[in-house]
Design a binder for this molecule. Structure first.
Ligand SMILES: [Zn+2]
Ligand SMILES: [Zn+2]
Length: 167
């Protein structure tokens, strides 16, 4: 009996239009404790490429993912962009081609699916490479302050010292 159950889990099927969470292995490796759980999403199943491989549309990217890195999204509330995407998919549109990715970091480029770190002060995401951080290094940090927040912090400290109001 136990065996049947395992098999069923393994062969969980997703339909086009299903909402799923995606296991983000890129972030598991470098995940600092303070960062989000390694589940990205929710996203939308746009295409079934084989019995096990799906094309998933996330807000800022489109991923080709094995089913064992997916879990169904049971959220009652889904983000507006996702609802929109679902409708467009129902209308037969190719939602995977829509490109207006969110931009991050100092470089203002999209998530490149490599290690990223979130600033504890401004909540912006940064590419590890752009701020000279590796997952290993990030793991040893209690807090990450990005270069922009660092500048702001210095300005504030300076103003406080000089007793000038911060603008
Ligand atoms: Zn960058
Ligand atoms: Zn910051």
């Amino acid at each position: 009996m136990k065996r049947d159950y395992d098999v069923r889990i393994l062969e969980r099927e997703y339909k086009i239009g299903d909402l799923v969470y995606v296991l983000d292995t890129a972030k598991i490796k470098g995940r600092a404790k303070k960062l989000d759980p390694p589940w990205k999403g929710p996203g939308l199943v746009c295409e079934k490429l084989s019995s096990y491989v799906y094309k998933i549309k996330l807000q800022k990217s489109v991923l080709t993912i094995n089913h064992d890195r997916l879990k169904p999204c049971k959220d009652r509330e889904v983000p507006p962009w996702l609802k929109q995407c679902q409708h467009r998919l129902q209308d037969g549109e190719d939602v995977t081609k829509a490109t207006n990715p969110d931009l991050y970091c100092l470089c203002r480029k999209p998530d490149d699916e490599l290690f990223m770190i979130q600033c504890d002060f401004c909540n912006e995401w940064y590419h590890g490479a752009c701020v000279d951080l590796t997952p290993e290094l990030a793991d040893t940090m209690v807090k990450f302050r990005c270069p922009r927040s660092e500048l702001w912090h210095r300005k504030v400290t300076l103003h406080i010292k000089a007793n000038i109001p911060v603008v």
